[in-house]
Structure formats: structure tokens, C-alpha cells
Design a protein around this ligand. Structure first.
Ligand code: SF4
Ligand code: SF4
Length: 316
């Protein structure tokens, strides 16, 4: 069991690019799970914890902190995107044509490709290696992203294949999808859905995530109606705690009130993880003003956030 990334370029490309198939996860649903991270998301949250998953296309990650400035990679770069200046490696992204021929030459792992093609069959082969662990732990496979429901046909084929093999399935979603297509293509093949509700206010949602909350909340209501006929754990609302953005008393109270009005008794609050800053730098981007916190969250503050939900009758 372990991590594995597949890149089978020779096979037919049928869907989104895959960032990673991560084995042995204990954080993305019950039991031991494999998590498929797809590339591409309709939101653009200013705090995105997986910024390399936003763009549906392939990207070259460069980690300057581990670069040895040895210059080996420059020999493979015919476009002149990589060169040494004063004994330091310079990466000019504007000249990079994403040929990825530099990656294999790098001795330090400073260069990395984000986004590889995988067929449905290749993904199923990869995750089925851990089937014994799913069976003994009550685990399975979780589709994450990016936004897996951006690729509804691909997700449907993959989930159907997993269900045929008796695998428990979860989809994590930001809530932006066409509900009718979801009903037809995905719903028959999932056991649980983890649903992010980040910001209630429509305008604040638009400011910090790029989209208004209307469709997200409408899809959630519709899914909740459906979940009443399924298991009590079918739908889990989740809110990431982002300093000064989602973790305000106003926002958390509004979310708790919304969930409570639907009779929901369980939700999850996801603690802020400042490590996304380093990921953004690998893409050659700077952290935006809105979410500059580099600190892990104070436990007292997390307890305060939880109390807002608990006092509304929702366990977190
Ligand atoms: S991916 Fe290709 S063009 Fe881009 S830096 Fe590497 S070798 Fe140069
Ligand atoms: S080969 Fe790797 S370590 Fe050497 S200069 Fe290029 S990116 Fe840096």
C-alpha cells in the first residue's frame, strides 16, 4: 500500500488530468481510502489549499527552495525558459512550452509535472491494489479535486466501475454542478457526498471564491431532500475555517442556521492549513492579500467556531 501516480500517455485520454492518486488516506472519509485528485475547479478561492488543482491544464511546478542551481535542466530546455544567471537558476514561465523534458534531468526534484492523463481503467487498477485495506477498515475511494463533478461523464464511468468491484465511494464537491446531470450520472454510484459550504453571503462568496453562493445552496437543499431517503451519513456539509473570511461569527452562524433549518445534525469544520502558500509559490504565484495568514489556527478559536455549530444543535 502507498502512494502511486500513473502516467499512461499511450492510452486513450478520456477525461480530466489527474494530479495524484493518494493511497492510505485517513482524512477523506471512513476507513482507509484512496483519494483521486482531479485537476480543474470552477471556483477560485483566494485561500485554495490545492492551488495546483485549479487549472484543468498541465503545469510545471518549480520549488526554488530545493533547487541546487546545478544547471543540468537548462540543457534540455530548447525554449530558453531555464537558464543560469549569476550561478542561480532562473525559470521564465512565459517561455515554457510545457514539454516537461527538464523534469527527469533534475537531481533534486525541484521540477515536477502537475496533471497527468489516466484512463478510467488505469485509475481502477491503481486503487484496487488497496482493496483489502478498504475491506478491513470500512474504507474505499474518494473523488476530490479540484472539482470532480466538473467532469461528470468521467466521474460516472469511474464510480460505476468502482461500485461493480464493491468499493465504497465518496465524492467531495464545491457544489457547482448541474443537478439533473448529477442525478442521472453520479448519484447511482456514490455512497456519501462531502459538500463544501464556505460562505453564505452571495456577494462575499463571489468576492472570495469567484462565484455567488446561490447555486451551491440550491444544490445542497436538493441533495438534502434526497439524503432523507438514504443513510443518515449520506450528506456531510463541510466548512473550511479561513482566517477573517469563513471563520467569522457572522458567516459561521449563518451556515449553522441554514443547516439547522434543514434539520441537519452533523457537519465538519476543516482547520486552516497555511502550507498552501508554498504550493502557490511553486506555481510562480504570490499569495493574495485576502488570506495571508501563515499561522496554524489557535485551538481556542477553533473551539469557539465549533461552539457556534454545537449551540445550533449540530455536532462537529
Ligand atoms: S517544460 Fe520544457 S519548455 Fe518548460 S522549462 Fe521544462 S524543458 Fe523548458
Ligand atoms: S536540474 Fe533541478 S536542481 Fe539543477 S538547476 Fe535545474 S531545477 Fe535546479
Amino acid at each position: 500500500m502507498g502512494n502511486y501516480i500513473q502516467d499512461k500517455e499511450s492510452q486513450r485520454v478520456t477525461g480530466p488530468l489527474v494530479l495524484e492518486v493518494r493511497g492510505n488516506s485517513l482524512d477523506d472519509g471512513p476507513g482507509i481510502r484512496s483519494v483521486l485528485f482531479m485537476k480543474g475547479c470552477p471556483l477560485s478561492c483566494v485561500w485554495c489549499h490545492n492551488p495546483e488543482s485549479k487549472n484543468p491544464g498541465p503545469e510545471l511546478l518549480f520549488d526554488a527552495s530545493v533547487c541546487l542551481s546545478c544547471g543540468t535542466c537548462t540543457k534540455s530546455c530548447e525554449s530558453g525558459a531555464l537558464y543560469l544567471k549569476k550561478k542561480q537558476l532562473i525559470f521564465d514561465r512565459s517561455k515554457c512550452n510545457l514539454c516537461f523534458s527538464c523534469i527527469d534531468l533534475c537531481p533534486s526534484g525541484a521540477l515536477e509535472r502537475a496533471g497527468k492523463s489516466m484512463t478510467v481503467d488505469a485509475i481502477i487498477d491503481a486503487v484496487m491494489k488497496d482493496k483489502p485495506f478498504y475491506d478491513t477498515s470500512g474504507g474505499g475511494v474518494t473523488l476530490s479535486g479540484g472539482e470532480p463533478l466538473m467532469f461528470m461523464d468521467f466521474a460516472s464511468e469511474l464510480l460505476a466501475g468502482l461500485k461493480k468491484k464493491g468499493v465504497h465511494t465518496i465524492v467531495e464537491t464545491c457544489g457547482i454542478f448541474k443537478f439533473e446531470r448529477f442525478m442521472e450520472l453520479v448519484l447511482p454510484y456514490i455512497d456519501m457526498i462531502y459538500y463544501d459550504i464556505k460562505i453564505m453571503d452571495a456577494l462575499l462568496s463571489e468576492r472570495y471564491t469567484g462565484v455567488k453562493s446561490d447555486l451551491i445552496l440550491a444544490n445542497f437543499r436538493a441533495l438534502h431532500e434526497l439524503s432523507l431517503k438514504k443513510s443518515p451519513n449520506y450528506l456531510l456539509p463541510r466548512t473550511p475555517l479561513i482566517p477573517g473570511i469563513t471563520d467569522t461569527d457572522e458567516n459561521l452562524s449563518a451556515i449553522a442556521e441554514f443547516l439547522s433549518s434543514l434539520g441537519i445534525k452533523k457537519a465538519a469544520l476543516l482547520e486552516y492549513n497555511p502550507l498552501w502558500h508554498a504550493k502557490l509559490n511553486k506555481l510562480g504565484k504570490d499569495v493574495q492579500d485576502a488570506s495571508k495568514s501563515r499561522e496554524w489556527m489557535d485551538k481556542k478559536h477553533v473551539a469557539h467556531c465549533k461552539e457556534i455549530f454545537i449551540s445550533a444543535g449540530i455536532s462537529v
